[in-house]
Design a protein around this ligand. Structure first.
Ligand code: NDP
Length: 408
């Protein structure tokens, strides 16, 4: 049905590549391209399908991307590299007539700030070119938006209160590790919190608001209010929303480490000068510039290596209150994903799994012609039903609770 190019070879890309390969009726030709080609080759070896092609590309370079896209001519590019590469890949897609999908919105490297405006600015160019760009198609953002669209379509006349709740109750037996790219993750959670209420965005200090929430099959876990990108598009697409918030669980040990990392300056994203030994003569030194957070990433456990001993599960969902037929209704839709089962299937832990599977389903929706419309779109702009059907088939089954206590 279609030719897909996956860019990136990290945890999320590994899962997406496994799932793409499991659906050969839809994905008839596959290429994985990343900065380090050996990592692409290792994924192909793990999948055991020698027909999958690999290539080296620096996705910060529009020129290199244009060359690769012109040679391979994919129907859709799945950007599973880092948010820094979103705009260069979108630009290359426009120059070569390719459709686009990603899982995280653009962030400039030198400012820890994420918002959709940079990518929404490409809407007219994608429309004019007759190309589709699907933004934020992981779990959150991604399935969180599809769940909301499904709730709006089937269970509510008016969504009024939306809380996205993300719990990782897993244990990887490391003192401190992040579940996806450490640099992106630490930038995200050390920012100020933000939520939407009565037409306004309200800013909080980082981790200022928290409360225990009860997660299915897990129990109560302290949950912290963060700003999360999908809130930005959801409050625009569902204007009846009075309040929208995002909650994520963190253990006490994780927060203690994070506090230390911040207090000693290791979460800084500006350059510092460091006197480093020369590679060819370690008795001599030279001044080099390093970004502390990038250095920290180099010494932290690699999220891709957490899978083997990871126990427990994630639970991510939407808790929604609103009106149906004039009456107040509550609705909770969620998925629980076992880290160990994800590892057995793909070699990766649950956080990579819950992101890579929806990315594959988004690309599948496009290739089947169901999620295909020129422009730049968030996932809730498309029909949620066929996506929800695939979640059940592709390893992320969902459950619904009507009329329960949302605790929020
Ligand atoms: P990893 O760090 O494991 O993987 C990133 C990959 O991108 C690496 O293979 C890296 O190459 C490659 N890469 C980085 N820079 C470039 C470049 N300039 N050119 C080519 N390739 C490059 O990250 P994850 O797999 O954990 O995360 C991938 C994406 O998924 C991120 O954008 C993250 O924010 C997003 N995400 C989204 C979630 C959601 O639910 N929506 C949840 C979790 C993650 P190399 O191997 O050489 O370093």
């Amino acid at each position: 049905m279609g030719r897909v190019l996956i860019i990136g070879a990290g945890g999320v890309a590994t899962v997406a590549a496994h799932k793409v390969a499991q659906n050969p009726d839809v994905f008839t030709e596959i290429m994985i391209a990343s900065r380090t080609k050996a990592k692409c080759d290792a994924i192909v070896k793990a999948i055991g399908n020698p027909n999958i092609k690999t290539a080296k590309v620096d996705a910060d370079s529009v020129e290199e991307l244009v060359k690769l896209l012109s040679d391979y001519k994919p129907d859709i590019v799945m950007n599973l590299a880092l948010p820094y590469q979103d705009l260069t890949i979108m630009e290359a897609c426009l120059q070569t007539g390719c459709n686009y999908l990603d899982t995280a919105n653009y962030e400039p490297k030198d400012v820890a700030h994420f918002e959709y405006s940079w990518q929404w600015a490409y809407k007219k160019r994608f429309e004019d070119a007759g190309l589709t760009a699907i933004l934020g198609c992981g779990f959150d953002p991604g399935v969180s938006g599809v769940y909301t669209a499904y709730a709006a379509k089937h269970h509510f006349d008016e969504i009024q209160y939306l809380d996205i709740v993300d719990c990782n109750a897993g244990n990887h037996h490391k003192a401190f590790a992040t579940n996806f790219n450490p640099e992106i993750n630490i930038r995200e959670i050390t920012q100020k919190g933000q939520y939407y209420e009565d037409g306004k965005w309200i800013e909080t200090e980082p981790m200022e608001i928290h409360k225990p929430l009860t997660y299915p099959n897990i129990g109560p876990r302290e949950s912290y209010l963060l700003h999360h990108e999908e809130l930005e598009s959801l409050v625009l697409n569902y204007p009846t929303i009075k309040r929208a918030r995002f909650w994520m669980t963190f253990g006490q040990q994780y927060l203690t480490y994070l506090d230390v990392i911040q207090n000693i300056g290791m979460s800084r994203i500006d350059e510092v000068t460091y006197e480093a030994p020369l590679a060819d003569d370690p008795t001599k030194t030279a001044k080099v510039k390093i970004v502390p957070l990038q250095f920290l990433k180099a010494v932290l456990p690699n999220p891709q290596d957490l899978g083997e001993n990871y126990e427990g599960e994630t639970s991510i969902g939407c808790r929604i209150r609103g009106l149906k037929d004039g009456k107040e209704q509550t609705y909770y839709v969620y998925n629980n994903c076992s880290h160990h089962e994800a590892y057995l299937e793909t070699g990766m832990q649950g956080v990579s799994y819950t992101t890579g599977v929806p990315a594959m389903i988004g690309a599948m929706m496009f290739l089947k012609g169901i999620w295909k419309k020129p422009g730049v779109w968030n996932v809730e702009n498309f029909d949620p039903d066929p996506f929800m059907e695939q979640l059940n088939k592709q390893g992320l089954p969902w459950h619904e609770v009507f009329g329960g206590d949302l605790e929020l």
